[in-house]
Design a protein around this ligand. Sequence first.
Ligand SMILES: Nc1ncnc2c1ncn2[C@@H]1O[C@H](COP(=O)(O)OP(=O)(O)OP(=O)(O)O)[C@@H](O)[C@H]1O
Ligand SMILES: [Mg+2]
Length: 358
Amino acid sequence: MNKESVMALLAEISDENSGRDLVSAGTVREIGIHEDRVSVDIRLGYPLADQGEELATVIKTRLENDPGIDKVSVNISCKVMAHKVQEDLKPLESITNIIAVGSGKGGVGKSTTAVNLALALQNEGARVGLLDADIYGPSIPSMLGVKGQPATDGKHIIPKEAYGLKVMSIGFLVEEDTAMIWRGPMVTSALQQLLGDTLWGPLDYLIIDLPPGTGDIQLTLAQRIPVAGAVIVTTPQDIALLDARRAVHMFRKVDVPVLGVVENMSTHICTACGHEEAIFGHGGGEQMAKDFDIPLLGSLPLAVEIRSSLDEGKPTMMQNSDSELTRCYRNLALRTAGALSLMPRSMVLQMPEIVIQN
Ligand SMILES: Nc1ncnc2c1ncn2[C@@H]1O[C@H](COP(=O)(O)OP(=O)(O)OP(=O)(O)O)[C@@H](O)[C@H]1O
Ligand SMILES: [Mg+2]
């Protein structure tokens, strides 16, 4: 047994979250060999709580099945690295990665996805913030059940906290009617300030809920905010997909990698009989992912619980922790963070990172 043959075995194990095998995803840190005993040190570039043990078992079983190996010990740790942002922008000092959640069309469930994505990443052990940049319809405060003016230390705004997330929304600061009449440049400068003047503290991920659409405001934001990757939310309807395609083009135009697409309201689950029906059409998100060569990060059904839990200010991720829906959101979060972990690293941002040890 030598390192090359252990590497060859590890290359046969796929990591569903990054969509690659363990070797090509760059997760193998060290291999130790003492006669027929092998130790493997794996470091993932995204946070992984419960599933870490499962992955360790898969690796152990696969290696111990090899006739040349007797005992295997596996160590799995996670470290969220800073990934490259647009060429001409500087990353924010205390935020390792900004992930923008966008959509070509309004009302497709962008804020719903952003909120649950943020909570699901936190659930995996990451430090997460959420910025509601949807100036024309800030809905994050009510979805998380937080309101009121945020405090300040004289220089900075102190973000609100909800379920452990650092939260900031334009909705905390201005009346909706006031924001509605702002012109594009006012919107973008207000949002840049909001991002820069908030005391986020160290974060692995800041999720930004962008305003829907692909107009000037969205384009300017995508150009000015140092984003490591974007997630596009769409419904399976053709028309929403057309808009979603526009959103992919917009991010690509400004050099923001699109991490993948989320198909929301992909099927309807009847509360009376549990019957599942694709009322908005079928397979659209998957087709779009194929066409653009990006992952389909997840599909969420149209489910009453998703809406009702947001209405009570306690999102799905904070409800029953082991439901089918929370599992959907957890997988979505892992795939998103997994896709980001494959992106080029930032050379600029070198902040101390916390290693999450499983
Ligand atoms: N999968 C789902 N199942 C059931 N209801 C959903 C689902 N996703 C979103 N909703 C509901 O649909 C409505 C619109 O969702 P949301 O506010 O997240 O959309 P949005 O794209 O952010 O909209 P806007 O463009 O106005 O910002 C909300 O009432 C939300 O609770
Ligand atoms: Mg919204």
